[in-house]
Design a protein around this ligand. Structure first.
Ligand code: GLY
Length: 373
């Protein structure tokens, strides 16, 4: 994708981010084109689906601040970050990376504000408290004291490792990086199938740590490949490779990326699950494309050869161009989101063919990276 269409895409993202200033609370998905929001200070975080996404709104403001240097974006981001600092102690979920990386870590990297660093370090320690030593995995759901879901991890959890790698480098305990590395090793052995596709969920015996088998929660079937999960895996393994220098993580990221690219339809907008028998009539998930594009750029940066770098960078650019041309709201001023055609949870009937705040975040991140790197 040439610089000029990318510049158009960035200008479009900035216009949408400007409109977010007027949205009260935290958007998570659209309904009939309008953002639905949650308040992170509500004690029950209803609707539960949105509670892992509160970091993406300040994240979008930070991306805008990074490219424009305009203080108003930093002010908007900081004001929103303050509203969910209490989640750093949330022991019920692995989502702490999604919540604190685009918001607090990115904000700290851009401004050096020490409270952002302190809270993000606290969140990293809370996340590490979910590590199952026997099975060497971070459990996805439920508090560490509860038995329900005690043996389950997900491919999404790979994305949360970046909080741990960052924390270990930012003065936290080096143990945090050890936990992240062990979780990535376990995920590579269990969640990744021999053909480079992924399970959404993997179940272990929580006491002995013995691996039991792969399942799904949000995908079409246990044996299918949920495209957003595959995208989280590309990004997560590429970052783990960059942080550890491990050739096996790099190879896993390549295998996941190659599988994702092979399963894209001709128009490059992923179906929500690559194996839904309703394809080509099945819903798309534009957010999977945006996340995968960021993962491909991370992989391009971690690649050991200029050919590898160019291959994955070009693939990312093609996906972003397709999303901008065929799945963005640039010709739909009535729509709040940047990307149309996201699918959050198809089987639950939740936010199907809508804009999703994380799709908008990773699309903007990819555009910024393509223009910058
Ligand atoms: N929990 C992350 C996702 O739905 O993709």
């Amino acid at each position: 994708m040439a610089k000029s269409p990318l510049a158009d895409a960035l200008a479009f993202c900035l216009r949408k981010i400007d409109r977010l200033k007027e949205v009260p609370d935290f958007p998570y998905a659209t309904r009939a084109g309008r953002w639905q929001t949650i308040r992170p200070d509500e004690t029950d975080y209803m609707p539960a689906h949105g509670s892992w996404t509160v970091g993406f709104t300040p994240g979008l403001f930070w991306l805008a601040y990074a490219v424009t240097g305009r203080d108003e974006y930093a002010r908007e981001a900081l004001q929103r970050c303050r509203r969910f600092s209490h989640r750093a102690g949330d022991r019920t979920t692995h989502d702490l990376g999604f919540i604190f990386y685009p918001s607090y870590v990115q904000g700290y990297q851009l401004t050096g504000e020490s409270w952002l660093c302190e809270v993000a370090l606290r969140a990293a320690h809370t996340l590490a408290g979910r590590f199952n030593e026997r099975g060497r995995f971070i459990r996805a759901w439920g508090s560490p004291d509860s038995r329900e879901h005690a043996g389950e991890t997900t491919i999404d959890a790979m994305m949360n490792l970046m909080l741990l790698f960052w924390a270990a480098e930012a003065g936290g305990d080096p143990e945090l990086a050890r936990i992240a590395t062990m979780h990535a090793e376990t995920s590579g052995r269990t969640l990744v199938r021999p053909d480079g596709s992924t399970y959404h969920v993997y179940v272990f015996d929580p006491q002995s740590g013995e691996p039991r088998g792969g399942h799904t929660h949000q995908g079409y079937a246990d044996a299918s490949t949920w495209s957003r999960g595959q995208a989280w895996g590309i990004y997560g393994f590429a970052r783990a490779a960059a942080k550890t220098g491990r050739a096996d993580f790099l190879e896993t990221a390549r295998r996941l990326a190659d599988y994702f690219l092979k399963r894209l339809p001709e128009d490059l907008i992923p179906f929500w699950d690559f194996d839904d028998p309703e394809i080509p009539g099945a819903p798309r998930d534009s957010s999977a494309g945006a996340i995968a594009a960021c993962g491909l750029l991370e992989l391009a940066a971690a690649e050991s050869s200029p050919t590898g770098t160019e291959r994955y960078r070009q693939a990312a650019a093609r996906v972003i161009e397709a999303l901008f041309t065929r799945a963005s709201s640039r010709a739909r001023p009535d729509q709040d989101g940047i990307l149309l055609h996201g699918t959050w949870h198809r089987k639950a009937g939740f936010a199907v063919d809508e804009s999703l705040v994380f799709g908008d975040y990773y699309f903007t991140e990819a555009v910024v990276r393509l223009l910058r790197d």
